[in-house]
Design a protein around this ligand. Structure first.
Ligand code: EPZ
Length: 442
């Protein structure tokens, strides 16, 4: 394959020479999808809140800028951020933050409580499907908010948010978080049924409780939140990132190495660990982390992504890479996002045998049945991979491209690396410390 770097139209790139086994130890950073939400939760009080273990990643930087634009003061001390929203100067999020990530929408609850109004630009984030926000808005409307949409902005107004019973049509992570942030200061008791209960959401509930909220997880994925008058400051440590932990675990298995992942938590990785056990990846649970190893050969499996406690959609991409090296035919059924296999095109260029299907392959039918979305795939392995020039389309696909390049024969050039740096802290340093032959071109 071609080895000349692409011209600079794509910005910085990684040059990866495949073939080295990854060996050693890394520490998992704080979870992106907890840290960024918790930074927003700090706007629910005028007191300072200290968040520890904040990862240094693009999405945290973008969230900090977003909050600072509203008048929030952030004191950064390495991984610890003290966030003070004593005085906010606007209820309007700048359009500059539209399409960067999906955090602005979570500001609705805090801004409504502070101003009675929130003006939020249309959202961005990874291009993995249409990603509507109807579940967010329907819940807020049930709480008494008026929502209008004009000129690329949502305007949401409510003098006071009222507690109510909300049943989500799907357990959306973002909508659950949004409604939680709205409910903690609403009048009365809000019930959010058929809600999401991902570990990052649980961690945010812990922060809210430390800030003075009354919030409980009840049977059947139901959050019950008794609104309080006021929240106060708190100190909270963000949980380790279970996506980063799983991704590096697969990196060890695929490169024929062995990596101890400090702070990886078995609790948050149960379904992932079951899946890799079936594939034949050896691992040992230790008190302070998990040691992931590798085997001579791997077995094919059938896997379906699902809401927590199922196999998460953000593990799907590195897992597909693992299956390219399994002995036989595997099936992956993506039931969360309708369009999350686009990234496999480049893997096919590198030699992977992956076929996309619109049927619900696997054992159950999902919302995307008969809708013509390519949301299932058949992976046949094992296939040797060859180096290529590839461009990362979204964050999690980015890690699987890195894995492909680490295993491939030859030198790969990966562009679009801002995507990967949005979500993985010091990924280059961590990879190099494990023995990866990788460098960045500016
Ligand atoms: C969060 O996205 C994460 N992002 C995603 O991780 C993760 O893949 C996803 O949850 C599922 O676990 C952040 O936390 C920032 P959803 P979110 O609302 O909240 C549909 C990463 O790489 N839906 O649970 O946007 C939606 O279209 C990112 O870190 C509606 O139909 O996910 C999707 O099909 C990528 N209407 C499904 O629900 C709505 O109003 C799940 O979305 C909301 C969602």
């Amino acid at each position: 394959m071609k080895t000349t770097p692409k011209n600079n139209s794509q910005g910085r790139s990684y040059i990866v020479r495949g073939g080295n086994p990854l060996n050693g130890e890394i520490s998992v950073s704080g979870a992106k999808n907890a840290a960024t939400k918790q930074m927003v939760a700090c706007l629910l009080t005028s007191d300072p809140v200290t968040l520890k273990n904040i990862p240094q990643i693009g999405d945290v930087e973008a969230t900090a800028e977003l909050l600072e634009g509203l008048g929030v003061k952030i004191e950064k001390n390495d991984q610890d951020y003290t966030i003070s929203a004593a005085s906010l100067n606007t209820s309007k999020v700048s359009a500059a933050f539209s399409r960067k990530n999906r955090i602005p929408i979570l500001l609705i609850g805090p801004l409504l409580h502070r101003f009675g109004e929130a003006r939020i630009p249309m959202l961005g984030g990874c291009k993995i499907g249409p990603r509507p926000i109807d579940i967010h808005m329907q819940g807020l409307e049930k709480m008494g908010a008026e929502v209008t949409c004009e000129d690329g902005y949502y305007t949401i107004r409510a003098k006071e948010l009222k507690a109510t019973m909300i049943e989500l049509r799907f357990p959306s992570v973002g909508a659950t978080e949004n409604l939680m942030l709205a409910a903690v200061l609403a009048k009365g008791t809000t019930t959010i049924a058929n809600a999401a209960i991902e570990p990052e959401i649980m961690d945010t509930a812990k922060l809210l409780q430390a800030m003075g909220a009354i919030i409980n997880l009840e049977a059947n994925r139901t959050w019950v939140i008794e609104g309080v008058e006021k929240l106060n400051g708190a100190v909270h440590e963000v949980i380790p990132d279970r996506i980063e932990a799983a991704s590096f675990g697969i990196a060890a298995a695929l490169t024929g190495g062995s990596v101890f992942i400090r702070n990886a938590r078995q609790n948050d990785l149960l379904s992932f660990l079951n899946a890799i056990r079936k594939v034949g990846v050896p691992f040992t649970i230790q008190s302070d982390g998990i040691l992931f190893g590798s085997a001579e050969s791997y077995k094919p499996v059938v896997i379906e992504t699902d809401v927590h406690p199922g196999f998460m959609t953000d593990w799907q991409q590195p897992f597909v890479m693992l299956l390219t090296q399994a002995n036989g035919v595997s099936i992956v059924h993506e039931t969360i996002f309708e369009d999350r296999f686009g990234y496999t095109e480049s893997l096919k260029q590198m030699g992977a045998h992956i076929q996309l299907h619109s049927d619900c392959l696997g054992s159950k039918e999902c919302r995307y049945k008969h809708q013509n979305y390519m949301h299932s795939c058949i992976v046949s392995g094992p296939t040797p991979l060859k180096a290529a020039d590839i461009c990362i389309p979204d964050l999690r696909a980015g890690f699987s491209y890195l894995l492909a390049a680490l295993m491939a024969d030859g030198e790969s050039h990966i562009t679009g690396i801002d995507h990967i740096e949005r979500g993985y802290e010091k990924i280059l340093d961590k990879m190099k410390s494990l023995g990866a032959d990788i460098e960045v071109t500016e």
